[in-house]
Design a protein around this ligand. Structure first.
Ligand SMILES: Cc1cc2nc3c(=O)[nH]c(=O)nc-3n(C[C@H](O)[C@H](O)[C@H](O)COP(=O)(O)OP(=O)(O)OC[C@H]3O[C@@H](n4cnc5c(N)ncnc54)[C@H](O)[C@@H]3O)c2cc1C
Length: 414
């Protein structure tokens, strides 16, 4: 029988999705030893069928990815967002943000395929192997906790402990369940269909969001294809029950539906990746911490993608945790102690609750066809368009440069 291994590290990250891998990167770059475990091997996580989404990385979030040491390798595959256009269905009222005038001349953000982001994050932690150890697949047999450490025993007998364990294991977090933390959930009864779409005309780096009664339809600019063809990704929200029918349409019928939604502004369109769907729901954990454990990203909070902010919010968790861990280690303090956990909870709870509330209200306000609500929201859109300080406020929101920001997002040293 093989001898069981014992690993003790500074930080144990359970869940190596986009958020867990980003945290492993920022910790590794700061010279802090960590182990990141995931139940799925990289080859599964990099398969096309695993995740067909793209992510809008806000301007502020790119600073976190830069601190993780991965940004420069991502940039060639990122398409900048220089323009944001918001339309209420087919209403002539159009809210238009231009990064040159509204956004400090920096892009609002960038669009990248999740598969590429994940691939680069994997390569990044390989580069940081002096400090980061990645174990995947890793099946957890049980969680353990002592006086000065928490950890896991894997099915192969390996025991991993650390003064601080992070639950980054997604919506159905086993770490959260082990801590006995309840969640508030809300099923939006909507699903998002995502795929990549080729189109005749250049998108000119514009992200467009149309609000429709069933939910938003977003067109997000992507980098050109190798032959110079143009492409965008879509997030097409529909009532949950209608999605199955849409996904079973023939390729021609699906493209005809797409053409209706796109309208004429990008010329002829057709999908170039397999359409996939994601059910949408809100989730919020009643606590983000337990004894020697902190929850982050979708293990703690998941929101509606109406504003493309879920991962951006999680990268703020990454920034806050990294800063607190670095500061505590510098002062020789216990990184799994109550002080760090309390500061983390205080730093992140308000910000995530605010974003969860804003996205929930936006979805309720825009995903319906009630005449009175339409009148008021069109008035609201018109007002934002005409009042420069209000418009600038929303532009900074889109860039992730507002709310309670960790220092990393203010370009301050950690
Ligand atoms: C349609 C759609 C569009 C979106 N668009 C955007 C956008 O434009 N911008 C944005 O910021 N956000 C966006 N989001 C949100 C974003 O995609 C998610 O927030 C993000 O992918 C979640 O990452 P995560 O690391 O928290 O969780 P996950 O990706 O769920 O990762 C959790 C990891 O933990 C592992 N795991 C689970 N259980 C265990 C266990 N017991 N043991 C070991 N490992 C385990 C899993 O294998 C997985 O790798 C969108 C979401 C949707 C649905």
């Amino acid at each position: 029988m093989a001898k069981a291994k014992y690993i003790h590290t500074n930080v144990l990250i359970v869940g190596g999705g986009l958020s867990g891998l980003a945290l492993a990167g920022t910790l590794g770059e700061a010279g802090i030893d960590c182990v990141c475990i995931d139940r799925a091997p990289p080859v599964t996580q990099l398969a096309e069928a695993y995740d067909g989404r793209t992510t809008a990385i806000s301007y502020a979030s790119h600073l976190v990815l830069r601190t993780a040491g991965v940004w420069d390798t991502l940039l060639p595959d990122c398409a900048p967002i220089l323009d944001i256009r918001v339309a209420d269905g087919n209403s002539p009222l159009y809210l238009h943000f231009d990064s040159e005038t509204d956004g400090d001349k920096n892009p609002f953000g960038w669009i990248i395929e999740n598969r590429i982001l994940r691939h680069r994050l994997f390569n990044n932690i390989k580069r940081l192997k002096k400090h980061v150890r990645h174990i995947a697949p890793a099946e957890i047999k049980k969680f353990i906790r002592g006086k000065s450490a928490a950890g896991v025993v894997l099915k192969d007998g390996t025991e991993i402990t650390a003064p601080l364990m992070i639950g980054a294991d997604g919506r159905s977090s086993a770490v959260r369940a082990w801590l006995g933390i309840d969640v508030k959930t809300l099923d939006y009864q909507q699903s998002a269909i995502v795929c990549n779409v080729a189109h005749e005309l250049d998108h000119e780096s514009a992200a467009v969001e149309h609000f429709r009664p069933a939910g938003p339809f977003a067109v997000l600019p992507m980098t050109d294809i190798a032959n110079g063809g143009h492409r965008s990704s879509i997030v097409w929200t529909e009532h949950g029950g209608d999605v199955k029918d849409i996904l079973s349409l023939s390729a021609e019928d699906f493209d005809a539906r797409l053409q209706d939604l796109f309208g004429p502004h990008l010329g002829e369109v057709h999908h170039i990746s397999k359409p996939m769907s994601y059910p949408l729901g809100l989730l919020h954990a009643e606590r983000y911490t337990g004894d020697r454990v902190a929850l982050m990203a979708e293990a703690a909070h998941a929101i509606h993608p109406i504003a493309g902010q879920g991962l951006n919010l999680s990268l703020r968790d990454v920034a806050a945790l990294t800063e607190l861990i670095v500061a505590h280690l510098r002062c020789g303090l216990d990184i799994g102690g109550g002080a760090l956990l309390r500061q983390y909870e205080a730093a992140r709870r308000g910000d995530t609750l605010l974003m969860a509330g804003v996205t929930d209200v936006l979805n309720r306000l825009f995903s319906n066809n009630l005449k009175t609500i339409r009148v008021f929201r069109d008035l609201g859109l018109g007002m934002v368009q005409k009042i420069p300080p209000l418009k600038r406020y929303f532009a900074r929101q889109a860039m992730g440069l507002s709310g309670i920001m960790p220092n990393m997002l203010r370009k301050e040293q950690i």
